[in-house]
Design a binder for this molecule. Structure first.
Ligand code: MN
Length: 712
């Protein structure tokens, strides 16, 4: 175990400005807090965070990271609190430890390997500060190094998770060293027999060809020297795990795998990389399809190198990687090394401003691919990942709610959801989900999607499903309303009404069923009068011939005995045709004026009608008229503008209120519609202004109505 002064010296060796005092205090604090706790190995628990800190020094991380590494298990496993850590070690350390504590609490329960990718994204998304991830990887590495002390079941589970989650994560942020070691140990635990047989085989080959690796290194060094290239050559057998992977991939036996040795040539600069490659290719036979240029096209995680396969010295098939020292460091240590390089270039190098440095690198880099994984860190910031009760992970956009979650699980779950438990507690459906939340959707067969939900859901799937449901539901309302309007209209005229009479006129309205006609009338696309005229084409001419209609849907349900009466208006020129203007719909009680129109007789307007403005310069056309004594006994159309909540049943409520006030809906037109309200123009037949005002008052008192007034 690293002693306190050893750790401090290690950090100071690459960061002379390290916060020595805080490092010392963190070391002591971790020891004290973990106290007598023991690991499964029998070692004191505090040896673990200290070893983790030691691993972090290999990546030359700043003192904040080392301190957070020392403290990473204190909040989870001891009585230490985030507040205390913040007080003692500052905001940054506290935030990182908090992030690590949250990571420790989530665990991938699902056995489904497809979930692994989501889980990795979850870890990335939760590691807002990349140091959280680096410490998590160091933590996992030390746990793997000491895994032999764990029980069989735990060993397998942790190894599986390491292989599925943490090794790919290490690779993604370019930390090859950690990735390789994690894989080695996990492989040894999970596939003991394969591991042992490959290792035995490697040992056998090593004994047989005793100094093959050193011999090849010597030859390659000689080749490079002859070509005038300064370099360092190293060689190794490939790891048992990478050999095993190749065997799996190529479905080959160990004997069939020829290149089990890999060599690395490290040169001074990029130009030398290509010169060295030229030397290798001119001297040895190339193996087809093995050459890869990751310098001109780096891997997404920033990896740069030249790869080639040749029949090399000693007639052995080998793999050769050629790269600069800087590329090598970055390949092995990932973002950490890149940062260290940038740091080294700075003469002062006072502040370790890790994240800012990374951002600068990102901004400066000409190729956005270069540090794709950091952009990925940001990319996942607009997603949250939540667990189902079974442990499956669901990825959702940021600001998603339990309703989004429910629809992501299944439309049926979404349509019937009534509530949600988040981490075991009942929460409102509009609660915004956080990374790692476990969400249990409560459903009820009686529930339907609510238009309310549309205001807070964010996923397209949820929005589409809610709107689809409401549209279907609205049609039901229109059908009911349309049937009511038509029935009143027909019966008011003493005409036969029913599906039978409507079937014959379906084509007139491009309807496929009687319900279609009801829906069209209910929605105001077709007026009830149009339907009546279609069914009884001769009706209007014979019975309503004398009445000049103010607009197409006027004069429905009128009382028969009044029908023969002319318009009850005083002051008219006898014999002159007269009609009520469609713009203002004057009612008995309104002050009115007559306008002599060209060819259409006299139009009756209310005195405040805007349409009168255009006759202002022609006083000769104005007629002074007033309502006759019997005016109220006739029916007139009053036009209302109503804003109605877009709720199931609201239209039905409205029509009932109007019917109770003895008004008759002659026509209804939806002029605007949003998810939360309808804007309607409703033409109501009334006797006079007072009745219309009564209807307005009744309509206004309904809780589904937010605005009602006479329309002008
Ligand atoms: Mn730990």
């Amino acid at each position: 175990m690293l002693r306190q002064y050893e750790l401090v010296d290690l950090v100071k060796s690459y960061d002379p400005d390290a916060n020595e005092d805080a490092l010392n205090r963190a070391y002591v604090y971790a020891m004290k807090k973990h106290g007598a706790q023991l690991r499964t190995s029998g070692d004191p628990y505090y040896s673990h965070p200290i070893e983790v800190a030691g691993i972090l020094t290999k990546f030359k991380l700043d003192s904040t990271s080392i301190i957070a590494g020392l403290l990473h298990d204190t909040v989870e496993d001891t009585d230490a609190t985030i507040e205390e850590i913040k007080e003692l070690f500052g905001e940054q350390v506290a935030q990182i430890v908090d992030g690590l504590t949250k990571l420790a609490m989530i665990e991938l329960k699902s056995k489904d390997t497809k979930q692994a990718e989501n889980f990795r994204k979850l870890l990335l998304a939760m590691s807002e500060d990349i140091r959280v991830l680096l410490i998590k990887l160091a933590d996992r590495l030390h746990n793997m190094r000491t895994i032999q002390y764990c029980a069989e079941e735990k060993r397998l589970r942790i190894s599986r998770e390491t292989l599925d989650i943490y090794a790919p994560l290490a690779e993604r942020i370019g930390m090859q060293e950690i990735k390789t070691e994690l894989e080695q140990i996990a492989f040894r635990e999970l596939h003991k027999e394969a591991y042992e047989s490959i290792t035995a085989r490697l040992n056998f080959l090593r004994e047989k060809g005793s100094d093959l690796v050193p011999a090849i290194i010597r030859q390659l060094e000689k080749d490079m020297a002859e070509g005038g290239i300064r370099c360092e050559v190293s060689g190794r057998e490939k790891s048992p795990y990478s050999i095993w992977c190749k065997m799996q991939k190529k479905n080959a036996s160990f004997e069939q795998l020829s290149d089990i040795m890999a060599f690395r040539i490290i040169v001074d600069d990029v130009a030398a990389c290509y010169q060295a490659l030229g030397i290798v290719h001119s001297k040895y036979h190339m193996v087809p399809r093995r050459f890869k240029d990751y310098i001109s096209t780096p891997k997404p995680n920033g990896y740069k190198s030249l790869h080639t396969g040749v029949i090399g010295p000693e007639n052995t098939r080998i793999e050769i990687q050629i790269r600069t020292q800087e590329m090598h460091e970055v390949n092995e240590k990932g973002v950490a090394a890149h940062w260290a390089y940038k740091q080294g270039e700075k003469t002062a190098g006072k502040n370790f401003r890790w994240i800012q440095e990374l951002l600068e690198i990102l901004e400066e880099s000409s190729s956005p691919e270069e540090f794709l994984d950091n952009t990925k860190l940001e990319m996942y910031n607009d997603q949250v990942f939540c667990f189902t009760p079974k442990g499956d992970l669901i990825g959702l956009p940021v600001n998603s709610t339990p309703v989004d979650f429910a629809y992501a699980v299944h439309s049926k779950v979404g349509n019937t959801c009534v509530g949600a438990k988040i981490n075991g507690e009942i929460k409102p459906l509009r609660t915004i989900l956080k990374n790692g939340d476990q969400v249990e959707v409560l459903t009820s067969k009686a529930q339907h999607p609510s238009p309310e939900w549309d205001r807070f859901v964010v996923t397209g799937k949820a929005k589409a499903a809610i709107r689809r449901y409401i549209r279907a539901n609205k049609r039901e309302q229109f059908i009911t309303l349309g049937e009511q309007i038509l029935e009143r209209t027909f019966k008011g005229e003493n005409l036969e009404f029913g599906e039978k009479v409507l079937i014959s006129v379906l084509p007139n309205f491009e309807a496929e069923s009687v319900e279609d006609i009801y829906a069209k009338v209910g929605e105001g696309i077709v007026s009830a009068w149009d339907v009546l005229k279609a069914v009884y084409p001769s009706y209007k001419q014979s019975k309503l011939g004398k009445v000049v209609k103010s607009f197409k849907a006027k004069s429905l349900g009128r009382d028969k005995k009044n029908k023969a009466e002319p318009l009850p208006i005083k002051g008219l020129i006898p014999g002159m045709a007269v009609h009520f203007a469609g713009c203002c719909h004057p009612l008995p009680g309104d002050r009115i004026v007559g306008i002599v129109t060209t060819g259409k007789g006299v139009a009756v307007h209310s005195i405040d009608c805007k349409a009168l403005e255009k006759y202002a310069s022609e006083p000769e056309r104005w007629l002074d008229i007033s309502w006759g004594d019997a005016a109220e006994s006739d029916l007139h159309v009053g036009r209302l503008k109503i804003i109605l909540a877009n709720e199931p049943g609201a239209l039905g409520d409205l029509s009932n209120i109007i019917a109770r006030a003895e008004g008759n809906i002659a026509n209804l037109n939806i002029t605007n519609r949003t998810m939360s309200y309808f804007e309607l123009i409703v033409d109501v037949e009334v006797h006079d202004l007072k009745q219309l005002n009564d209807i307005i008052a009744a309509v206004k008192s309904s809780k589904v109505v937010s605005y009602a007034a006479r329309a002008n």
